[in-house]
Design a protein around this ligand. Structure first.
Ligand code: TYD
Ligand code: MG
Length: 458
């Protein structure tokens, strides 16, 4: 009979200690000892199988059966999952506290709980009454939606066993714990052990499990990061807390692509799908002002048009400020430096603020050109033509470099009625068919781009 005991194992070198130590005596690393349950005693019952009993199969002979998926009626979610929740899989939904994870999972629960299948929502954060209040607000009807407020994972799994739901939701993994371990709920060891228990429960029963996990700003030692390799899919819900747009991004998916994103808007009735993100992000644009341009950014395989704004003002004293919202601040510094050195804009005495409207974060270099144009436009106080989009990466010598998915970006810009696009001169291969219905202005360096962008047009 296997016996259980817990011990502390260094995650760095594997040293085992019966008690917690701040520093591993073997390798000298700090904070690497993690509580782990050890099963002692015989590991397997049967004797070793005779040679030949276990055989590798040729890949061609392996059947490619379709995955058994449960489609989620929320299309933006479904797409990110790769077409639905795969039975028996573990999906982790991560995100900052307060971003809307509980709201989203409750909406999913409501949408999936039908006569044919019940959904069990286990919350370690809210009481059943609080869940009810939220469900009412979201318009989620509760007939086949079972709720339980519980933090002891074993009891929660017992309840799940009795209910035998079509989908199990744990909100959140940081609040549940198992008795066998002494460390607190939310610690790395608890989070990991709980997830592994959930996996052992879900796989044989073929029930999908949706796990909510908080990420802290620091990247989170006890956050869902440690779980990423254990679960089948990892989705992150991102956004600025004070903006209403939320992006659901797949960062790992064993059953689909991670290129997909879903766009939502937080309304007073929960998260609403945004089917047409470009239109939504450009809604409040005032194209006649100086210091604004339109960028076409790729979110996975989806082109999204967003407004980029910049403001350049004289520095009152001391060091000039460069501050970016929704942009990488190092990239912003670099663009300012290129504008100074390669185009000769005297920005050394200017505070520069740049902002991506709507709370989207742009991490890709194709937004370099629109950002640089917005800065120059604000500095010179001359608007960029409002029917023009700009796409291009800027190199350190001021050259405009080609970007990926240019064609898709242009199609999206044209769809939204833009007339012109400033694009890299080297369009890349397959460029012959580009740009039907939209005028392409090909530029090879930043100076040229500024010139054409700030020309007066009728
Ligand atoms: P929540 O789902 O509780 O966040 P998480 O589980 O990620 O911590 O969302 C909390 C925020 O969402 C809260 O600030 C209020 C807001 N909210 C709405 O704006 N509309 C709604 O319908 C709901 C339910 C929440
Ligand atoms: Mg929550």
């Amino acid at each position: 009979m296997a016996k259980r005991k817990t011990s502390y194992i260094c995650q760095q070198c594997g040293y085992i200690s019966p008690a917690f130590l701040g520093r591993c005596p073997e390798c000298g690393e700090w904070n690497t000892m993690v509580e782990t349950i050890e099963e002692t005693g015989p590991r397997s019952t049967g004797a070793r199988k005779p040679i030949g009993a276990v055989r590798a199969a040729s890949l061609a002979s392996v059947g490619s059966a379709d995955l058994d998926r449960i489609p989620v009626p929320i299309e933006e979610m479904n797409r990110v999952l790769g077409g639905g929740l795969v039975r028996g899989s573990l999906v982790l939904l991560g995100g900052d506290p307060g971003i809307g994870k509980s709201t989203l999972v409750l909406q999913i629960a409501g949408a999936l709980a039908t006569g044919m299948r019940s959904v069990l929502y286990i919350s370690g954060e809210e009481s059943a009454q609080q869940i009810k209040l939220r469900a009412d607000r979201l318009g989620v009807k509760g007939e086949h939606l079972l709720v339980l407020s519980e933090t002891n994972l074993q009891l929660a799994l017992d309840a799940a066993e009795a209910a035998s739901p079509g989908l199990l939701i744990i909100d959140s993994i940081q609040t549940v714990y198992i008795d066998d371990m002494t460390s607190a709920a939310g610690s790395v060891s608890q989070v990991r052990e709980c997830t592994s228990r959930l996996m052992q429960w879900a796989k044989p029963r073929n029930i999908p499990v949706l796990i909510v996990g908080h990420v802290t700003k620091e990247g989170a030692i006890a956050g869902p990061r440690v779980l990423e390799h254990m679960v089948d899919a990892v989705l992150y819900l991102e956004g600025e807390r004070h903006h209403h747009y939320r992006i659901l991004r797949g960062v790992k998916n064993r059953f689909g692509s991670t290129d997909e994103v879903g766009v939502f808007e937080m309304a007073d009735v929960g998260l609403q799908e945004v089917r047409n993100p470009s239109e939504a992000f450009l809604e409040e644009r005032n194209g006649n002002a100086a210091g604004t341009t339109v960028a076409v950014t790729m979110e996975g395989t989806r082109p999204i048009l967003v407004e980029v704004q910049a403001l350049s003002t004289t520095t009152a004293f001391g060091l000039p400020r460069r501050s970016g919202n929704g942009l990488d601040s190092n990239r912003l510094q670099l663009l300012v430096a290129v504008l100074q050195k390669r185009v000769g804009l005297p920005l050394q005495g200017q505070d520069i603020y740049a902002n991506v409207v709507g709370g989207l974060r742009i991490a890709e270099p194709a937004a370099d050109l629109p950002v640089a144009l917005a800065i120059a436009s604000s500095f010179r106080d001359r608007p960029v033509d409002q029917q023009t989009v700009a796409i291009g990466e800027i190199g350190l010598s001021g050259e405009i470099r080609s970007v990926n998915h240019l064609e898709r970006r242009l199609i999206e810009a044209r769809r939204l009625g833009f007339k012109r696009a400033i694009v890299p001169a080297a369009l890349g291969r397959r460029s012959a068919s580009f740009g039907e219905g939209i005028e392409l202005i090909r530029v090879s360096n930043l100076g040229e781009a500024l010139e054409t962008a700030m020309q007066d047009r009728k």
